[in-house]
Design a protein around this ligand. Structure first.
Ligand SMILES: O=C(O)CCC(=O)C(=O)O
Ligand SMILES: [Fe+2]
Length: 377
């Protein structure tokens, strides 16, 4: 090998390493550097792009993807004479779509507005400030990162995130800047926990479970959720110069029982329904709620944890806040005994949070692979 070639290969290796470390710093950092094209690291193979269906590239703009109106669950009707009617709609939504929208919840407007405000402010902090929370360890309770799994993803997705464990309580590890961050996010997390408890009670009742406080604690699964795990994921999807080439998040399902999703006014979430992708039109002041893998397991397959993904766009950055709720981290999740019978035999193995972490640490998470790995054949 000639000296020149050696130098060249060293140079390109250095360049590679340089770019590798740039991508690890996240999409916000990359965009702030003034890029006008999507780097190859984020370019999906054609078949994984949003504009691809049944072996064909669709000749349309991402923005013209069909939208879906998710079933609406009116929480103001849950406590009154219409409760059983609302529970029936809830059961249908969880069976058919794996998604619903909550309206007329009791979360005050200002709590929601302030959550979005501090989320946006956090991503506007200087990179060095955000980078203090970067970690390669997936189990770290407070973690700033990028893509889906930046240790494993071959192609990166167009997302930066801040993951905050809310329960178990690690408040002292949360970012201390912006100044109002901890206070506002704590208020928001407590309020979403309450909303989750109401939603979970309704979901259990819709499955035919007796959740009255008169029950012995060991028969009352709702009690276990009081001290259940809560993880908040604050997502930032910067405006993307070539949005058709990449995705904000690849198709995935969420691991917990229910995820409560708050979005700003920018569209982006898509769900898979009857084999097709639909964009969710965010209703102002509502929460989009989805069934997670644990609820699919618990309900022995009656309620479905549905694939969803996120599109990005060229004009506006988007922020969303996902609150993922489940049983305490050390609990075992298994099909509820009353939902298993001769007609509907047990479909899933026992699982827990540790096996989920082990799974996502050891392979590139794709679609519903984790749930597939819990299926009894
Ligand atoms: O940003 C969104 O709309 C969805 C986010 C999401 O799916 C997640 O955080 O798991
Ligand atoms: Fe998700």
């Amino acid at each position: 090998m000639s000296p020149a070639m050696t130098l060249q290969s060293v140079n390109s290796r250095t360049e590679d390493d340089h770019f590798k470390s740039v991508y690890q710093k996240g999409v916000k950092h990359l965009c702030d550097s003034g890029i006008t094209k999507v780097p190859n690291k984020y370019v999906l193979p054609i078949s994984d792009r949003a504009l691809f269906k049944d072996g064909l590239e669709l000749n349309q703009n991402i923005a013209s993807n069909p939208t879906i109106q998710l079933p609406i669950i009116d929480f103001s009707q849950l406590q009154g004479p219409n409760r059983s009617h609302v529970l029936k709609s809830l059961a249908k939504a969880c069976e058919k779509y794996g998604f619903f929208q909550i309206i007329n919840h009791e979360l005050p407007d200002n709590v929601i507005k302030n959550m979005i405000k501090v989320a946006k402010q956090f991503f506007e902090l200087p990179f060095e400030e955000r980078a203090k929370l970067m970690s390669n360890e997936l189990g770290t309770p407070v973690r700033y990162g990028t893509s889906f799994n930046q240790n494993k993803d071959g192609v990166f997705c167009w997302r930066d995130f801040l993951k905050l464990m809310c329960n178990p309580d690690v408040l002292h590890l949360w970012p201390s800047s912006p100044m109002e961050f901890r206070k506002e996010v704590l208020t928001y997390s407590k309020q979403t926990k309450q909303l989750f408890m109401m939603a979970m009670e309704a979901v259990l009742e819709s499955l035919g479970l007796e959740v009255s406080p008169r029950n012995e604690p060991e028969d009352n699964i709702l009690e276990e959720f009081h001290d259940g795990s809560q993880m908040m994921v604050i997502n930032c999807y910067p405006a993307c110069p070539e949005p058709d080439l990449t995705l904000g998040m690849p198709p995935h399902s969420d691991y917990g029982f229910l995820t409560l999703l708050l979005q700003d006014e920018v569209k982006g979430l898509q769900i898979q329904h009857e084999g097709n992708w639909f964009t969710v039109d965010p209703l102002p002041n509502s929460f989009v709620v989805n069934v997670g893998d644990h609820l699919e397991i618990f309900s022995n397959g009656r309620y479905k944890s549905v694939l969803h993904r996120v599109l990005v766009n060229s004009s506006t950055s988007r922020v969303s806040v996902a609150s993922l709720h489940s049983l305490p981290l050390q609990s075992i999740v298994r099909p509820w005994a009353n939902l298993v019978n001769e007609e509907n035999p047990r479909k899933y193995k026992d699982t827990d949070f540790a096996s989920f972490l082990e799974y996502i640490s050891s392979c590139e998470p794709k679609s519903k692979n984790f749930l597939e790995s819990r299926k009894l054949t």
